[in-house]
Design a protein around this ligand. Structure first.
Ligand SMILES: *Cc1c(COP(=O)(O)O)cnc(C)c1O
Length: 358
């Protein structure tokens, strides 16, 4: 029996995408073999790689002056790859709005002067700093942000206007339209809102790759120029993850694309936040204007009660609701693939649990 899986990542995928991958597991498209077994240099796989890339370009309206790369190593590898490729002046500013943003900044200090331009640590990352009030330093190579903070449940609604904005979009890529042309580079681990773990998406403006050299110590594998030149096939890519991404992109297109997903995501998140705000039993600590529509943390105010909630929810088929250890309580991750019915089932359970335990 399938459950409603609220995990933050790896996370739930649409049933029809899983069914299609199952149906094609032994024989992909008449090739007599699985994509798992297929040479990454073969024509059928090249077609998968190309379709995944062109669908992503279409869904995100990626301008022609950007490369789209499928790489490995997760978003955490990009914490290093970004400075290694872009820090020609060895100077960058970071906005620290959570755990991953902090890790990205810390990693960049290995390679250069990576300063914290603003942080929301003072209030346990429950808000996004006002980007209009931040003064960035002169001579920086880029500003790095985390567009959605998976653990703390916040997101940017407005981006800093700078020459080179780099965004970790791991947990909200494809959840709502973004103007790619406002960014120098966007990266995202696939395992939250796209596909299984193993693929990391990088969208990077061509001039940042073509007109400058990475730092001398940059490993070949991490050079965007190498990955771009080889169309992400410098070495063996995460073939199956790219195939699953392609299936997800097809599904997103069928659903009406990213603008349509935004409506559904806002509807789902709205149901949950409204319920929490109208309840005297559950609370969400995030400043209302900065709330994520992907990750919704909430608490009852008692650790024992939270543990009881998670246990009973699991028994009711609503799983992986335990909050991150840095926040405690519960967290419902409601990415693109979480159906409206899943969120409604969660709210029904929350109502029932409140009545029984108040
Ligand atoms: C999960 C996550 C990461 C870490 O991703 P890995 O692919 O596990 O390295 C980084 N940034 C954000 C915003 C995340 O949600």
């Amino acid at each position: 029996m399938r459950v409603y899986n609220f995990a933050a990542g790896p996370s739930t995928l649409p049933l029809e995408v899983l069914e299609q991958s199952r149906n094609e597991m032994l024989d992909y498209n008449g090739t007599g073999m699985s994509v798992v077994e297929m040479s990454h240099r073969s024509k059928p796989f090249q077609a998968v790689n190309d379709e995944a890339q062109s669908l992503l370009r279409e869904l995100m309206n990626v301008p022609d002056n950007y490369y789209v790369l499928f790489v490995q190593g997760g978003a955490s590898q990009q914490f290093a790859a970004v400075p290694l490729n872009l820090m020609k002046n060895k100077k960058a500013d970071y906005i620290v709005t959570g755990n991953f943003a902090g890790k990205a900044q810390k990693e960049a200090t290995i390679y250069g002067d990576a300063a914290i331009a603003a942080s929301s640590k003072d209030k346990n990352f429950t808000y996004i700093p006002d980007v209009d009030k931040i003064s960035f330093r002169e001579g920086i190579d880029y500003v790095h942000i985390t567009s959605n903070n998976t653990i703390f449940g916040t997101k940017y609604n407005k981006f800093p206007e700078v020459d080179c904005l780099v965004a970790d979009m791991s947990s909200n890529i494809l959840s709502e339209p973004v103007d790619v042309s406002k960014f120098g580079l966007i990266y995202a681990g696939a395992q939250k809102n796209i596909a299984p773990a193993g693929v990391t998406l990088v969208i990077v403006r061509k001039d940042l790759v073509d007109d400058q050299e990475p730092l001398a110590c940059c490993p070949t594998m991490l050079k965007y120029s190498v990955q771009a030149k080889e169309n992400s096939l410098y070495n063996t890519p995460p073939c199956y993850g790219i195939y699953m991404s392609m299936l997800m992109f097809r599904w997103l297109k069928k659903m009406g694309g990213v603008a349509e997903m935004q409506k559904i995501n806002e509807y789902k998140a709205g149901l949950l936040y409204d319920f929490i705000d109208n309840s005297s039993f559950y609370t969400n600590p995030v400043v209302a204007a900065d709330r994520s529509i992907m990750n919704v943390p909430f608490v009852t105010g008692s650790e024992e009660m939270d543990a009881k909630f998670v246990k009973e929810a699991t028994a009711a088929g609503l799983v992986s609701l335990k909050g991150h250890r840095l926040v405690g309580g519960m967290r419902a991750s409601i990415y693109n693939s979480m159906p409206v019915e899943g969120v409604k089932a969660l709210i029904d359970f929350m109502k029932k649990f409140e009545m029984e335990n108040k």
